[in-house]
Design a protein around this ligand. Structure first.
Ligand code: ADP
Ligand code: MG
Length: 341
């Protein structure tokens, strides 16, 4: 795989501190037909350090693709500034475009091209001279060397996705953006894509990926920004964020009714939403589950069944957005989030 030192960008005096710098980005899609106008991106600031493997995490409709498409020059922003590798997308559009490779969310491959033809065509579009093309290197890097001459329509979904990664890299951009690279792909392919993304990043490519899987962001990214309803609600190193979210619930189904949370569990955060259902919240990193189970047994109750529940993206949003609501509502009217079985 090409590394950032082999980038085709015209020389610039100094490497930028940030591979991507987004300031006060706004996007409102205009109303059309019956669809009302949509304020999809609301004052987003993102500074992605050079060399980072950065995750933009958020549920469907959060505004991730809109931001990506603005960076790629496919959607016009309403306001704000975007710099890719130090190049402003308005003032230095060409430089900005050369600095970025985008793997879009939708796979749009022409079924009548072979992988080799497709990569050559794209290299041509970016003005990469035939002699400088890295078609074969790219094909083997994504594990498609033996499919170079196969028609795209004969490739599996996983192969097509890998071909899209190669296509985004034909001009050796220092910044690679992947929009939901593993949405709807099986575990094996996901692992393979992750390995490829890691390898690219190891070679110096700054990677921005969007995902709605917390696990993916956690596994792959060094820094995560969480976006919801067009607003960045959290931005931190993955380690810090995961520590904040280090919360699990142990759901204990009991063989008989309890009137109150047993005394032995007082040092844990326990609730009794139903007479036969005990919910204990704990931090997996700092709790010995054996102690926890011991305390339940010491209460003299018999465990009929046990399930655990990890904090998921939805809970994170609740956690992150709850603070502001609490202030509005006042502590007395606070409602507890329902505990799902
Ligand atoms: P995500 O990629 O996080 O799922 P999107 O950026 O695709 O989110 O969408 C953000 C919001 O903008 C959604 O409410 C979506 O319906 C809306 N939206 C996206 N594209 C368009 C468009 N071309 N016209 C109008 N609204 C759009
Ligand atoms: Mg999207």
């Amino acid at each position: 795989m090409p590394d950032s030192s082999s980038t085709r960008l015209p020389d610039s005096p100094a490497l930028p501190e940030y591979a991507v710098e987004i300031r006060q980005l706004e996007k409102t899609y205009r109303a059309s037909g019956k669809a009302p106008a949509k304020h999809a991106v609301k004052g987003v600031d993102l500074a992605i350090p050079r060399g980072s493997l950065f995750g933009l995490l958020g549920p469907n409709g959060a505004g991730k693709s809109t931001i990506i498409n603005i960076m790629a020059g496919l959607v016009l922003k309403t306001a704000g500034t975007v710099k890719i590798w130090g190049r402003d997308i308005d003032r230095e559009a060409r430089g900005a475009r050369l600095a970025i490779g985008v793997v879009p969310q939708e796979l749009n491959l022409d079924p009548f091209f072979t992988p080799r033809e497709l990569l050559d065509l794209h290299a041509g579009l970016y003005g990469v001279p035939a002699k400088e093309r890295i078609t074969d290197r790219l094909l083997s890097a994504v594990g498609l060397a033996d499919k170079a001459e196969a028609y795209a329509r004969t490739l599996s979904g996983g192969m097509r996705r890998r071909l899209m990664v190669a296509k985004a890299m034909v001009h050796s951009p220092p910044v690679l953006v992947l929009d939901e690279p593993t949405a709807g792909v099986d575990i094996e392919l996901r692992q393979m894509l992750w390995a490829q993304v890691r390898e690219l990043n190891r070679r110096g490519v700054t990677v921005l990926l969007t995902t709605h899987y917390l696990e993916e962001a956690e596994e792959l990214c060094d820094t995560i920004a969480i976006i919801n309803h067009g607003t960045v609600v959290a931005k931190d190193s993955t380690a810090n964020l995961v520590r904040r979210l280090d919360s699990k619930a142990l759901i204990v189904h009991l063989d008989r009714d309890l009137a109150a949370v047993p005394e032995t569990l007082s040092r844990f955060q326990a609730e009794l939403p139903e007479p036969r259902r005990l919910v204990v919240r704990y931090q997996p990193s700092g709790t010995n589950v054996g102690d926890l189970l011991g305390a339940i047994r010491d209460a003299g109750v018999t465990i009929a069944d046990l399930t655990t529940e990890q904090t998921d993206l939805e809970d994170i949003f609740l956690q992150l957005t709850r603070g502001s609501h609490d202030e509005e509502l006042g502590a007395g009217t606070r409602e507890r989030a329902p505990v799902r079985p």
